[in-house]
Design a binder for this molecule. Structure first.
Ligand SMILES: Cc1cc2nc3c(=O)[nH]c(=O)nc-3n(C[C@H](O)[C@H](O)[C@H](O)COP(=O)(O)O)c2cc1C
Length: 307
């Protein structure tokens, strides 16, 4: 009997549906499957109000998560595999998931194989690297990484994702734009990963901790997003520090700085996209190798070799 734990947090339900689809084929007698939904002691509103949405930004970047309620599992429990399903908030793992990884309950990951499943709009690179670091800090063994992004072009999701987050509406806006969130078909297709694990349960004993999900198209990296994300991450840091200097989450003293950040972000996004495109064209011979190397890092551990 193999013991599997699925740890997740979900707001619109996309991450929860993704996690459940992922493990659908693992509902078999040889596997004992447990689910744990992370619950912050003070949860976040859904749909979001605009101010609250931007007010979580400094803590996401500074790594100051909320306390979470005690989970159902015992932190000293031993599992053969933990699947950690999360979403990205401001280029970082969401605060509830950071809360779990910084809590005493993350001990359950120690010396245990971990597969991450990230669901987000389309900017997941920094969050994924942060997750790898946080998992290794608590002694987890990260063996696979699966990425699922919202349907539609980046321009379309620039409208459909905030609309989903701020109103809860998923339908096709004006009958033209795609529905918000993740395509049902892609959520269903995640079951291929659980099937591969179910067909290869003995691999959970592998002492070399090889990835289990290679060759299944677990991660796709669009090279065009690499530089904008790196620039975004660099620009976010000072804003997060300054905002935090003015007060804690929810405090009135930081309202003006959060509003200034939100307004400048609307202008900064197209400027960053333009600068990074020009930069990439002008300096392509100098940076191509570095970018390819970074892409390999982002694809790891699942995407390095096609089997
Ligand atoms: C506060 C906040 C910040 C977000 N920041 C990002 C981001 O930086 N990159 C991204 O791709 N998606 C971002 N998203 C979108 C979520 O990752 C995405 O909507 C995800 O599907 C949420 O899953 P859930 O509704 O199941 O929690 C953000 C969402 C929220 C609420």
């Amino acid at each position: 009997m193999k013991r599997l734990l699925v740890v997740y947090y979900s707001h619109s339900g996309d991450v929860a549906r993704a996690a459940k689809s992922f493990v659908r084929c693992l509902n078999i007698p040889e596997v004992e499957l447990s689910f744990e939904c992370i619950k912050p002691k003070a949860d976040y509103p859904y749909p979001w109000n605009l101010y609250k949405f931007f007010d979580v930004f400094p803590e996401c970047i500074n790594g100051e998560p909320p306390e979470i309620s005690p989970p159902k599992f015992d932190e000293d429990d031993k599992f053969d595999l933990v699947i950690l399903a999360y979403q990205v908030w401001f280029l970082a793992p969401s605060l509830p998931i950071q809360g779990f990884l910084k809590s005493q309950y993350a001990k359950v990951l120690e010396d245990t194989k971990v597969i991450t499943l990230v669901v987000c709009r389309n900017m997941w690179h920094s969050a994924s690297e942060t997750m790898k670091r946080m998992i290794s800090e608590v002694g987890g063994i990260h063996i696979d990484n699966v990425v699922l992004t919202h349907q539609g072009t980046p321009l379309a999701t620039f409208i459909t994702t905030p609309r989903l987050l701020l109103t809860g509406k998923k339908d096709r806006l004006w009958g033209v734009l795609p529905p918000g969130g993740v395509r049902d078909r892609e959520i269903d297709a995640l079951s291929r990963f659980g099937r591969q694990i179910a067909n290869n349960l003995s691999a959970l004993n592998d002492p070399f901790n090889q990835p289990l999900l290679r060759g299944l198209n677990a991660v796709e990296v669009n090279p065009r997003y690499v530089i904008p994300e790196l620039i975004g991450r660099v620009l976010y840091r000072p804003w997060a520090k300054i905002a935090r200097f003015f007060g804690k989450q929810g405090s009135w003293s930081r309202l003006p700085i959060i509003c200034i950040f939100a307004v400048q972000l609307v202008f900064a996004i197209p400027i960053v996209l333009l600068i990074s495109t020009v930069f990439q064209v002008l300096f392509s011979p100098l940076i191509d190798k570095k970018i390819s190397h970074y892409i390999e890092l982002l694809k790891s551990p699942s995407g390095l070799v096609r089997s």
